[in-house]
Design a protein around this ligand. Structure first.
Ligand code: NAD
Length: 272
């Protein structure tokens, strides 16, 4: 049996030259995943709705990793058109990182059918459509990795995030079954979910500021309070998130499928 590691050598994730479609990747966690994959020599197609931040991120990745190809595709990944354009730009999807903005917080008494359908479209059906478009090709080629960015709220629901709890749990249940299809699992196609706890991204900063404005506290005071409740005593960083994503996409992670990996600095209090 060949050894994966040898003394004095950095770990090679064995995915150099592969193509990844990383959705919603101009900022935050998606960007963290795109950067980490590019750092492993993976060519990336990155998407976001607007062009400015997307082009800036694409140029940043090109400058840092000149040997990889980086294609930026503007479009809303929660629409059929956005998905078509993203898929058409990727010569071959070996790695799919599903991501999109999260639904707004609120009280379920205020949500009508339309609010639910928007959340389900964005955080359940969009990833399922992209999985449907890509996994059989991955299986035919004998390699595929799907990573869905979901949320720690799937494991420990937060009441005001009901739309997220509901839509993402639907995706999680679906993935649990699909990942275990022998025609995928035996063909070296893995599907896993990455569950962010509390990461320092634009979204989190904006949400904290909005919450602070409502309660009259400062955003800093709210951040400090939340920080103190996390065993790691800090927010996570997008590059830490990206590193775990890259590992899930590695050749070495071939036997890891259908799992929910929580990255939360120890915040979830359970044994499992
Ligand atoms: P972010 O706002 O920092 O970045 C979101 C990225 O997604 C941006 O590049 C934005 O342009 C892009 N985007 C948003 N909607 C899109 C769409 N419809 N089509 C294409 N691109 C789109 O957010 P983030 O903190 O990185 O969060 C990413 C996901 O992770 C969200 O669904 C969020 O709810 C979830 N999440 C984040 C945290 C956290 O602590 N940051 C915790 C739990 C869950």
């Amino acid at each position: 049996m060949a050894l994966i590691f040898s003394e004095g050598k950095d770990m090679d994730l064995g995915i150099k030259g592969r193509w990844a479609l990383v959705c919603a990747a101009s900022k935050g966690l998606g960007k963290g995943c795109a950067v980490a994959l590019a750092g492993e020599g993976v060519n990336v197609v990155i998407t976001a709705r607007g062009t400015d931040a997307l082009e800036a991120t694409a140029n940043e990745i090109r400058a840092a990793f000149p040997s990889v190809q980086v294609i930026a595709v503007a479009g809303d990944i929660t629409t059929p058109e956005g998905r078509r354009t993203a898929l058409a730009a990727c010569p071959q999807v070996d790695i799919l990182v599903n991501n999109a903005g999260g639904p707004p917080p609120g009280d379920f008494r205020d949500w009508d059918r339309d609010a639910w359908l928007k959340a389900i479209d964005a955080n359940m059906l969009a990833p399922i459509e992209l999985i449907k478009a890509t996994v059989d090709g991955m299986a035919a080629r004998g390699f595929g990795r799907v990573v869905n960015i979901t949320s720690g709220a799937v494991k420990a629901p937060i009441d005001i995030l009901g739309l997220s709890n509901g839509a993402r749990s639907g995706l999680t249940g679906f993935v649990a079954g699909l990942a275990r299809q022998p025609r995928l699992a035996s063909a070296n196609v893995t599907i896993n979910n990455l569950l962010p706890g509390w990461f320092d991204t634009d979204r989190v900063r904006t949400t904290m500021q909005a919450a602070a404005a409502k309660t009259g506290q400062s955003a800093e005071a709210m951040i400090e309070k939340r920080r103190a409740g996390i065993p790691a005593q800090r927010m996570g960083r997008a590059d830490e998130f990206g590193a775990m994503c890259a590992f899930l996409c590695s050749a070495q992670a071939a036997y890891l499928t259908g799992q929910n990996i929580l990255l939360d600095g120890g915040a979830y209090p359970g044994t499992f």
